[in-house]
Design a protein around this ligand. Structure first.
Ligand SMILES: C[S@@+](CC[C@H](N)C(=O)[O-])C[C@H]1O[C@@H](n2cnc3c(N)ncnc32)[C@H](O)[C@@H]1O
Length: 336
């Protein structure tokens, strides 16, 4: 707009100067009198002003039309964006409503079931813990008993082990994986009036902790915690065909015979697939004929597969499932 005005001003001034100069020359030469020259100049100026105004109006009209088109296009784009946003908001609202409906329908009953199951487990563990304490007469033990559940065995599986010690009076108990259970079973052996427990522990740090725990309960004469690092193990006679898996160093069990009770609660699941499988091939030949073997965490897929392999590979074994918090399977030899 400014350049248009500048161009028009230059044009108007130039035509005015040229017109005025032409008229002055005509007046000087006497071809035109001065009054007529001034009138002609004024008429010219009015004409230039009118022409300029026309051009200005024409350019303005074009500009207004262009702006109006741009405004229309912009308005169109904005309305399209708003419509698109609306569609997205509506579909995400629909998805949220669907999710809320799904959570209401499925998860709430599931959550309620889990809560009921957890409550039942908590109650069972409390009952089992109380029974263990009463049975082992632990009210007057000096240090507090090591807590159970979580990484440690649960009271319900310990109740099975303590009952087995009470019933079979084993002279030797072997535990794969030391910890709280070593203390509880130590008290059960002391109550039974004889027998000892060898707890295999792959982790040197935990072996030391478990030893301290056992000593704090005055059970070092009953419970021996053996550090047995995990080493490659292959089934006997299959060194060439089977892949080795880590298990407790067999040297640690070389002197053990006539084992009456085995508690398989290690090595930890994370150390290998079917990490606890070697327990039976290694320890069964070292067990008494009436030995009892208890596998903890038997509800886990890995442990179910291990149980099935043991039963297939050792026809003399029979098993029964015990309903416990983590699942327990008890193996005995068939009477023959
Ligand atoms: C499944 S846990 C069970 C150990 C034991 N049978 C018990 O029930 O207390 C197996 C492993 O936990 C580890 N462990 C021992 N004491 C622990 C502790 N205080 N905290 C965490 N892990 C421990 C040991 O390496 C052990 O071999």
């Amino acid at each position: 707009m400014r350049s248009l005005r500048a161009r028009f001003t230059v044009l108007a001034v130039a035509s005015g100067l040229i017109g005025a100069a032409g008229l002055s020359v005509l007046a000087v030469l006497g071809l035109l009198d001065w009054v007529a020259a001034v009138q002609l100049a004024a008429t010219g100026a009015v004409g230039v002003a009118a022409g300029g105004t026309g051009i200005l109006v024409w350019r303005l009209t074009r500009m207004v039309r262009r702006l109006s088109r741009e405004l229309d296009a912009h308005t169109h784009r904005v309305s399209e964006a708003i419509a698109q946003d609306r569609v997205e908001i509506i579909s995400s609202l629909d998805a949220t409503k669907g999710e809320v409906r799904r959570i209401r329908k499925q998860s709430l009953p599931g959550l309620a079931r889990d809560l009921v199951r957890q409550g039942r487990h908590d109650y069972e563990q409390q009952v089992a813990w109380t029974e263990l304490r009463d049975f082992l007469a632990l009210e007057n033990t000096a240090p507090f008993m090591p807590s159970l559940r979580g990484w440690a065995a649960s009271p319900d599986v310990l109740r099975i082990l303590v009952a087995a010690i009470d019933e079979h009076r084993p002279t030797l108990v072997v535990e794969c994986g030391s910890g709280a259970s070593s203390v509880w079973m130590g008290y059960a052996l002391r109550r039974a009036g004889g027998g000892r427990l060898v707890a295999l522990e792959h982790d040197e740090r935990y072996a030391e902790l478990s030893r301290e725990l056992v000593a704090a309960h005055g059970l070092s004469d009953v419970v021996e915690v053996r550090h047995a690092p995990l080493t490659d193990w292959t089934p006997p006679g299959q060194a060439d065909s089977a892949a080795p898996r880590p298990w407790y160093d067999e040297q640690a069990v070389a002197d053990l015979h006539g084992i009456g009770l085995v508690f398989v609660d290690g090595p930890p699941e994370a150390t290998a697939e079917q990490a606890r499988y070697p327990a039976v091939p290694v320890l069964l030949p070292r067990c008494a004929f009436d030995a009892v073997l208890v596998l903890d965490d038997a509800d886990r897929g890995d442990e179910r597969a291990i149980s099935d392999r043991w039963l297939t590979e050792h026809q003399e074994l029979t098993s029964r499932d015990e309903v416990t918090e983590k699942g327990a399977r008890v193996f005995t030899r068939n009477a023959s």
